[in-house]
Design a protein around this ligand. Structure first.
Ligand code: CA
Ligand code: CA
Length: 260
């Protein structure tokens, strides 16, 4: 559990609005991305997790929102192409891929979440669930192969990294072009439907994920990047884990945030 002192010690809070969130990152579609070493994400993705993000996209052309890619044998990524939202998870060639059909609104702030419940049993399927703007989407497995408990533990990105906005194959031009990202978080648990709806209904600017609020609990929050620095190339982790990300190739700081 984080103490209040940790929050106050964040040097970026004082320059922000009262809610502690004043900026987002604007990606250029050419080479901009935010990157983390896989030290936090690799063990987290071996178990149950939830990732949340506020994103504002100009179009639904094919794009990578989140990616970690070592090879076809070990990867995790979220893509949007038209009305198809997909999350891929491959561990030691054992794939779990889910797809939702959804019309993601463009040129406005959208709340995205994906949770993955790992059952930990050899025979039962793991379940991934998509949410857009607090609503749970229907997910269809593309491959029926379940992640087994044995293979979950083999998820190994080696020296590959975890990114926002990074196309593992740059020649495909699926970087985030003209896209804004405002907050990004990693929870080492499956958040409830109500918890995700609470985050969405907060508008992003009013709920700080470090705070417990109503149906939302931060007890398993292990990475929280507000993308609120307003300058520089560090995406500061607001949790005690201090897993900062590196902002690469010059995305622009924008004052557009949800509710603004
Ligand atoms: Ca922000
Ligand atoms: Ca750039």
């Amino acid at each position: 559990m984080l103490g209040l002192g940790t929050f106050i010690a964040n040097p970026y809070v004082s320059q922000s609005s009262a809610s502690g969130n004043a900026y987002s990152l604007d990606f250029d579609g050419t080479d901009d991305y935010v990157q983390w070493s896989n030290s936090l994400f690799q063990p987290a993705l071996r178990n149950s997790f939830t990732i949340t993000m506020w994103i504002n996209i100009p179009s639904t052309s094919e794009q990578f929102w989140i990616s970690a890619y070592r090879a076809s044998s070990h990867n995790f990524y979220v893509t949007l192409e038209g009305t198809e939202l997909r999350t891929f998870f491959s561990s030691n060639f054992d794939d779990l891929i889910v797809s939702s059909t959804v019309t993601v609104p463009t040129s406005q702030w959208v709340h995205f979440a994906v949770s993955c419940a790992k059952t930990g049993t050899e025979s039962a399927a793991s379940v991934m669930t998509h949410y857009i703007n607090g609503s749970k989407l229907t997910t269809s497995p593309i491959f029926s192969t379940a992640l087994t408990a044995a293979n979950q533990g083999l998820f190994n990105l080696n020296t590959s990294h975890f990114q926002i906005g990074y196309d593992p194959n740059r020649t495909n031009n699926k970087m985030l072009d003209g896209t804004l990202v405002h907050e990004f978080s990693l929870h080492a648990a499956v958040l409830s439907d109500n918890a995700i709806a609470t985050l969405y209904n907060s508008g992003g600017a009013s709920i700080d994920q470090l705070e417990n609020s109503g149906d939302y609990s931060n007890s398993n929050l292990i990475g929280y990047w507000k993308l609120d620095e307003g300058s520089g190339t560090t995406a500061t982790d607001s949790t005690a884990g201090n897993t900062d990300g590196t902002i690469n190739n010059g995305p622009v700081w924008s004052t557009s945030i949800p509710g603004s």
